[in-house]
Design a protein around this ligand. Structure first.
Ligand code: ADP
Ligand code: MG
Length: 321
């Protein structure tokens, strides 16, 4: 069991940002409206994630650390109809196998405090805490030196976390996010749903003011988002924020469709910034491709790519006339 958890940890938590991703996704699934992430030493020393979500009772808190004990899926059919960020039930046991983890959680009644020390449960108490969940993860990979060795510099590890938090905020603009490093707040959103406001924080006024809204539909898909005016963008590489049914995804094919849409307008050495939110019937999506859930398989991908390309192209056309 401990060994299986450690193997899974290699797939889910390669680096501190992997822990942040899994825990923030859990907070989102718990219906949080405020999610705070505190990071020390790029997350290598310590990561604290606090949310105001539904929390857990004592029994659920224990179950959360059991392998494949997800509360989010109950049948085989649901695997092809996934509505939540998590569904594999391996993040918490994996993290607890390679770090020191303290969980404080309450569903509004008596709270629970659990402390795991590299896989073993050391503390199990009741506690006084507000409704929600706080997860404190420290000493990552200290007992697994081969993994520890693969961590990069503090500034690199932190930059991956910051990038992820930007994406999380863009994909869930109605949640209030806060990220701090060494006790200093470095990123904060209001949770008022305004994507342009988040772009302003990330890239400044010019980018935010030149964000062209777009929206498109076909029989199976609905897409919407913002494409930044090509001439404005001073990015040194492209920034494409892709979500499918609010899940952050990576897709080379979709990136290419966006580059195609921009191709007539892109001055040399300029790169698109695009926020693209895609919605589809969950039955058309298979998110169970890799444990880290970044990749998805989409039925009718060709249709989606056409829709993306033409919608963004039309929006750029209209705004540049
Ligand atoms: P999964 O998200 O795939 O279900 P995890 O290992 O990430 O698996 O979490 C295990 C379970 O712990 C979840 O199904 C959920 O019931 C519970 N849980 C984890 N984090 C939270 C949280 N922040 N708030 C409420 N419940 C949580
Ligand atoms: Mg999860």
């Amino acid at each position: 069991e401990h060994l299986t958890n450690m193997i899974a940890a290699g797939e889910v938590v390669e680096r501190p940002a992997g822990i942040v991703k899994e825990c923030v996704e859990n907070s989102i699934d718990a219906g949080a409206t405020v999610i705070e992430v505190e990071v020390y030493q790029g997350g290598i020393e310590r990561i604290v994630i606090t949310d105001d979500g539904c929390g857990m009772d004592h029994e659920d808190a224990h179950l959360a650390f059991m392998r494949h004990a997800t509360s989010k899926m109950h049948s085989e059919e649901e695997l092809f109809n996934i509505q939540t960020m998590g569904f594999r039930g391996e993040a918490l046991p994996s993290i607890a196998s390679v770090a020191q983890v303290e969980l404080q959680t309450s569903n509004g009644e008596e709270g629970t405090l659990l402390r795991y020390n590299y896989g073993s449960l050391d503390v199990d108490e009741t506690c006084n805490c507000p409704r929600g969940t706080k997860l404190d993860v420290s000493g990552l990979f200290v007992k697994t030196p081969a993994r520890f060795k693969h961590l990069k510099s503090i500034s690199y590890e932190f930059s991956v976390i910051a990038d992820l938090m930007n994406k999380m905020a863009l994909s869930h603009p109605q949640i209030r996010f806060q990220l701090s490093h060494e006790g200093r707040v470095v990123f904060q959103t209001s949770g008022n749903g305004n994507i342009q406001e988040i772009l302003y924080q990330m890239y400044g006024k010019e980018v935010a003011q030149n964000a062209i809204p777009f929206e498109g539909n076909n029989e199976d898909f609905h897409i919407h988002g913002y494409a930044i005016q090509p001439k404005i963008n001073r990015a040194t590489k492209y920034f494409m924020f892709l979500t499918l049914n609010t899940r952050l995804i990576r897709s080379v094919a979709i990136q290419k469709a966006i580059l195609d849409a921009y191709s007539d307008y892109m001055p040399p050495n300029r790169f698109p910034i695009v926020v693209l939110q895609m919605d589809s019937d969950t039955q058309l999506v298979d998110v169970n491709v890799h444990p880290n859930k970044w990749e998805v398989r989409l039925s009718k991908q060709g249709e989606m790519l056409d829709l993306i390309k033409t919608t963004i192209q039309d929006a750029l056309n209209a705004s540049l006339k």
